[in-house]
Ligand binder design. Structure first.
Ligand code: AMO
Length: 433
């Protein structure tokens, strides 16, 4: 429809054809209004019954809500119209009629429960608030990509069907691959590491990860979007700097380019984090959690941080913060330990602030130590031969991390449920649509 004008660009004096959805019909007796909605906004179409062709009036005012319509007419200034202009129509065409019984109300006047919204995501995303989240999500990914390019990294895509797990061998979705057992990849971890040893040196990937976790919580998905970074010749401190740069760029991009969407969502105080993200050691973190008195039992060295502990510390710190220097035994085999303190690992997490947003660390690049690490975690190094053998041909020191894409949007917008940031979430109950 080359001759289509968007509702936002219709100017008084123009003869236009707008196309969109029949958002609302208001019949006031002698006069009736059809509100047409498109991606850019809404426009009022005025029907003066006595002065207009009956068939035209009937088509424009009896159309079922949410039908796709096309309206041709003259744009006139009308200060009483919601946008200050209205169309006086010459013709109205119903391009695709909608069933009068809608499973949810896209005007948002009647609230629907999340499962109903997810079952009817197409209709749900006709609501401005739902649409705004995905426009912001797109901006987050766009600005992350730009930040990655500024960091001199090359975008890669790696296989999602794999022969082995990476995050410890558990929580895998098995599939059948031509009669052979295979899995959906949990993380591009091993592939991105292999690429730092290639000529590419510094890479990033934005893609799906699959976790067969039993969790059914507001912050876990079984398919999520991982924003991965990996670079040769940097240590974990420099990796944290790069992570901070990308997270900050996402906030800056949204602040600069999503004013309308933030307004739709009611954020008048959206802030780009201004302070450098504090870096707390794991030891400091457990001391501070214990000091809040929020936990029934005191944490001791070696404990993973429980959800309530993360929440208590997040409230205490108040913004993004890194937790560094974790006990080696609770970090995966690919994370490097400090050379002088092998019970301490270079792994880190970024908290935002009440939940984990990122994990990363410096990697073990020495072949012998890497193979030992596999054995220590009960994994068979033979099964990972495709990976370990490249460490015998010149693997540089390297570090990296992964941001959970949906958690980035969720924490940025303070969404109550991670599913709000996914078009079609995959969770324990949901495989379709
Ligand atoms: P990790 O397993 O911590 O690390 O995952 C990285 C980040 O991805 C997000 N995430 C999830 N989001 C929603 N639902 C899930 N089930 C889920 N699982 C993970 C989180 C998390 O912080 N290979 C390492 C990263 C690295 O070291 O580079 C990894 O996958 O925001």
């Amino acid at each position: 429809m080359n001759d289509r004008t968007t509702t936002a660009s219709a100017e008084p004096g123009d003869d236009v054809t707008v196309a969109g959805w029949a958002h609302e019909i208001r019949d006031l007796g002698g006069i009736a209004f059809l509100i047409v909605r498109d991606k850019t906004g809404k426009i009022q179409v005025k029907f003066e019954k006595d002065a207009m062709d009956d068939e035209l009036v009937e088509t424009g005012t009896e159309v079922a809500r949410e039908s796709v319509v096309s309206v041709t007419g003259a744009v006139e200034e009308e200060e009483r119209a919601p946008t200050g202009v209205e169309i006086v129509p010459d013709s109205v065409e119903v391009i695709a009629p909608a069933d009068p019984e809608l499973p949810l109300d896209p005007s948002g006047k009647v609230d629907a429960e999340l499962p109903t919204r997810l079952d009817n995501r197409t209709l749900d995303l006709r609501r401005e608030e739902a649409k705004a989240i995905f426009e912001i999500r797109a901006e987050v990914l766009r600005s992350a990509r730009e930040a990655f390019r500024e960091l001199g990294s090359t975008e890669i895509t790696t296989p999602k069907i794999v022969a082995t797990g990476t995050e410890g061998g558990t929580e895998l979705f098995p599939i059948t691959y031509f009669g052979q057992e295979a899995f959906m990849n949990q993380s591009p971890q091993l592939f991105k590491q292999l690429m730092v040893g290639s000529g590419l040196e510094r890479v990033f990937e934005i893609g799906p990860i699959f976790r067969a976790e039993e969790h059914n919580t507001p912050r876990h998905l079984n398919e999520a979007t991982s924003i991965d970074f990996e670079s040769a010749f940097i240590d974990h401190e420099e990796a944290m700097d790069a992570c901070e740069q990308v997270v900050r760029a996402a906030y800056e991009g949204v602040a600069a380019n999503c004013a309308d969407q933030l307004d739709t969502l009611g954020y008048d105080d959206f802030e780009v984090p201004d302070e450098a993200f504090p870096r707390l050691t794991y030891e400091e973190a457990i001391e501070r959690i214990n000091a809040t008195g929020e936990l029934d039992t005191q944490l001791v060295w070696g404990d993973d941080l429980p959800t309530e502990g993360e929440k208590a510390l997040g409230t205490d710190v108040g913004g993004h913060y890194f937790v560094t220097d974790w006990p080696s035994e609770i970090k995966p085999f690919y994370i490097k330990d400090y050379d002088d303190e092998t019970e301490l690992s270079t792994g880190f997490d970024l908290m935002a602030p009440n939940m984990e947003l990122v994990s990363g660390g410096q990697r073990e690049h020495r072949y012998d130590q890497l193979v030992e690490g596999f054995e220590a975690q009960g994994l068979d190094p033979e099964a990972f031969d495709y990976y370990t053998k490249m460490f015998r041909y010149g693997m540089p020191p390297h570090a990296g991390w992964a941001i959970g894409g949906e958690r980035l949007v969720m924490t940025m917008l303070d969404l109550p449920n991670i599913r709000e940031a996914v078009l079609f979430p995959r969770d324990r109950q949901r495989l379709s649509p």
